[in-house]
Design a protein around this ligand. Sequence first.
Ligand code: TEU
Length: 559
Amino acid sequence: MENRDINWWKESVVYQIYPRSFQDSDGDGIGDLRGIISRLGYLCELGIDVIWLCPVYDSPNDDNGYDIRDFYKIQEEYGSMEDMLELIRQAEAYGIRLIMDLVANHTSDEHAWFIESRSSKDNPKRDWYIWKPGTEEGREPTNWESNFGGPAWEYDDNTQEYYLHCFSRKQPDLNWEKPEVRGSIFAMMEWWINQGIAGFRVDAVTFIKKNQDFPQLKTADNRGYAPLAEASLNQPGILDFLREMRQKVLEPHEVMTVAEAPGVPIEQILDYVDERQGVFNMIFQFDHVDLDAKPLAKGIYHPWKLTDFKQALSKWQTATAGRGWMALFMENHDHVRSVSKFGNDGQYHRESAKMLAAYYFLMRGTPFIYQGQEIGMTNYAFPAIEDYRDIESLGFHRQQAAQGRNQAEIMDYLALRSRDQGRTPMQWSTEPLAGFTQGVPWIKVNPNYPQINVQQSFMDEDSILNFYRELIRLRRENQALIYGDYREIYPDSEEIGGYERVHGQERWTVMCNFTDRSIRLSAPLEEEIMLSNISGHDKDVLRPYEVLVCRAELMKLRE
Ligand code: TEU
């Protein structure tokens, strides 16, 4: 597709597909590329512009495709390279661009590079990964703990050294210090760009640089291990790698980039996303979705207030004002369903899902919708640990059980935090198994699919789905909602969340009631109401979970 307007990614709405759970076409219980192709018409009707496709590369699936065995091959369960190229072509025919997940912090331990690297100490690819001898006491080289729990070093019998893995032991970290490693990744990116993709979501990118002193970390408890973030998240020097990527691949091809960048402090945001000097178009930050997790004490559910939530989003808006751009999101495949977490998935399911949608969607940035979010899919507290599939959740369960934590407590925590909450199959219809598959689904379908599904949402004018379509249309037709300046209103309220977007003579106001009570406004609204989630309006009351999106001409107001 021609990139006539270099800012097309600012005006776009992105839809994230987690292929394993989107649509199965061949009855093996696993979503696939043909399934996605068959749903392009749906995505077109929804009104999105870009698909972010989670990994579909060849993989042994230790971490559902985030462990890549071959960057140039499609995972058999998902289809073939022909199917992939066809998906790119057909999407284009619908006017939809496609960006792929770029997983380059690590590969699978079954990747040819790693097989070579582990084969001997003098193999030319040995230092494509990070190898170290153990300590004199026969322990891991450092006390770093992986993001998925357990030591971040794995011992390899063959050469009697350890390799580093920030994630699972089947995801050895690439050594970005090696120019050949960077060169191979950049060449792979170019290859995919030449197949017609429009850009990348860059996975776990803030982990690629490691503190080269490989320090022992201070531990907060008696386990002896400490989360590796301190030595391998957003480390000094990382920008050199990223700037090289930008200069060699991203800039010449003008592709869209959104980086998954946990650990970037707010003071540094412009290094990443400044319009002129930043490395990427935009990043995902996780403050709002991680409020309930104390990062250094996984497994403790942390209470939070509405002001914390609003601040977690608002501060990035302010920090990027006029100079940078954010990726806006409420859900993804690593997080739970937003209506269950921030809204009310019972009595006010519909109202609160719509309110949350408007709240994040009309901020300054590019909105992302995660599959199923547009119909208000909810969390599903799986009845048994055997129902979980996610490597992180299963590891967490093992670790906590070994420490003697009560089973019911572990299950409660998983119901609130497990990545599998966002990975249940897409609910298409009232057919058995929600129309996702004719076979046995790889993970359980949420039993609420007869009430929450795409088919019914289309028939119901007042559905969450139709509200999303309306939001997309409103944003497309009003430049102020894309380019307008952002200013928070009601910053101290524990009940109302809101902001203004000002562009030229236009001012838009978004006002949300985050509670299940009616709230009287201090002054009645003067503006014209352009969108709301409950029929009929009362100009001085916000009903439970009500959102009002209003527009005013500044000239008129001053008269
Ligand atoms: O996630 C990496 C990552 O940094 C997240 O776990 C992040 O810390 C978290 O969402 C913040 O709350 C990416 C993928 O999204 C994930 O599915 C993979 O398991 C992981 O990389 C490894 O590739």
